[in-house]
Design a protein around this ligand. Structure first.
Ligand code: ATP
Ligand code: MG
Length: 399
């Protein structure tokens, strides 16, 4: 609230209608949990068109993100402020809701997903709690506003949000009513777009320690419903431990590979089903590419094997595979994949000194024979740690 950007937004809203706007949602929740705030949501009694007008006359950049749903995004100093007029639901159909604007905070609170997400802070910093969210703050659990089954049926995304928030902020036992409603209604998840599912899964996996939430999702068949397998927690837990041990930022994609626990075939299917981006597909496929498996395992004791594997896979896939291999170890001590990752990042791949033209000059015809001969030479050159010169390699061909 003391940030100059926030002050400017507050001043603009207060001038229009004193006491008519409050912070809500994640920013209030996270401030109370003493964790960083991602984006700032504000709810207001001012109508959306008016918010747009006053923001623009105050010289702020304002985007009518969802004018008909009442949301205006004001960007100030790179920080987005989502300002939404108080609403009540008049109809819901699984994902899209028909809303009416309202003057009443209680009505606005009733349509929010969890009691912890329905806390309001006025511009004096006073907390307003129309649904009992402060109780959940102590327990660090997520309880639906109203009837859990009804709220999930209105919008199945709420099931994913439940596990995501549980992963990020939950502690101890989750709310049993919420979890069993999510289990009971898991079939409804198939109504969500796969893009939505994938983006939620990534957010969930990026939590510092999503292990417990994943376990809950497995237990209720939620993961199976979402990605077609229940996944394995063993390697995932070890990857999470690596992050914690070395203070690394969570890597949602690598964690997904660990969780999915499958080979190239399964990865391909999942990537297609979840409509992953090309870059994501590439990363996943590199991480399970079996073509240099022996060298990846050998790399821990033999830098020549590391070089061959990096050459075959590229630095990123090599690092991913080394991490996964170390995570898959059952007996301590864990092998040091970090040295290998550093080696891979710094290693400069030497240029293969021979090309097709050289072979044609020696009398080869363009075609498969030439290709095979080049491959054979390259394999020899790699096996000899890139030491043979062009002349030595060509001499080998003549033999
Ligand atoms: P974060 O931004 O940290 O991911 P958040 O709680 O702010 O968490 P947003 O998606 O930014 O989540 O939504 C802001 C608020 O809007 C939520 O706190 C909640 O009150 C409400 N909300 C968002 N999505 C839903 C939904 N699907 N159903 C009901 N209420 C929702
Ligand atoms: Mg938010």
């Amino acid at each position: 609230m003391s940030a100059p950007e926030t002050r400017a937004v507050i001043d603009m809203l207060e001038k229009e209608r004193p006491g008519g706007s409050r912070f809500v949602g994640g920013c209030v929740r996270n401030a109370l949990l003493d964790t960083p705030v991602a984006d700032v949501d504000i709810s207001t009694q001012i109508l959306p068109q008016r918010v747009l007008d006053i923001a623009r006359s105050a010289g702020l950049k304002a985007i009518p993100t969802g004018l008909e749903h009442g949301t205006i995004t004001v960007v100030f100093g790179g920080v987005p402020y989502e300002i939404t007029t108080l609403r009540k639901d008049v109809a819901t159909d699984g994902r899209r809701a028909v809303v009416e604007f309202s003057e009443r905070w209680e009505e606005d609170a009733q349509r929010r997903d969890f009691r912890l997400n329905a806390l309001y802070a006025d511009f004096h910093g006073k907390i307003h709690d129309p649904t009992g969210g402060l109780e959940d703050l102590e327990e660090r659990r997520f309880v639906f506003v109203g009837d859990a089954r009804k709220r999930i049926r209105e919008d199945y995304l709420r099931t994913l949000r439940l596990f995501r928030f549980q992963a990020w902020y939950g502690q101890g036992d989750p709310d049993e009513v919420a979890i069993s409603a999510a289990y009971e209604l898991r079939d409804g998840l198939s109504t969500l777009s796969v893009e939505r599912v994938w983006s939620e899964l990534k957010k969930l996996l990026a939590a510092p320690d999503p292990g417990r939430a994943i376990e809950l999702m497995q237990a209720g068949g939620i993961l199976n419903q979402l990605i077609g397998v229940n996944g394995s927690l063993r390697v995932l837990s070890a990857i999470i431990d690596q992050d914690n041990d070395y203070g690394l930022a969570p890597d949602a994609l690598l964690r997904f590979v660990a969780l999915a626990d499958g080979g190239p075939e399964r990865m391909r299917t999942m990537a297609a089903n979840l409509k992953m981006s090309n870059a994501e597909v590439q990363r996943l496929q590199g991480a399970v590419d079996p073509s240099a498996r022996e060298d990846v395992h050998g790399a821990f004791g033999d830098l020549a094997a590391a070089e061959r594997a990096i050459m075959a896979l590229g630095a990123q896939a090599f690092e991913d595979q080394a991490r996964l291999a170390a995570a898959g170890e059952t007996a301590p001590p864990p092998r040091d994949w970090r040295l290998l990752a550093k080696f891979a990042a710094e290693w400069k791949q030497p240029d293969f000194p021979v090309n097709g033209g050289d072979l044609i000059l020696m009398g080869y015809e363009p075609g498969p024979m030439l290709g095979d001969a080049l491959d054979e030479l390259k394999a020899h050159w790699i096996a000899e740690r890139f030491e043979p010169s062009k002349d030595e390699l060509l001499a080998r061909l003549k033999q």
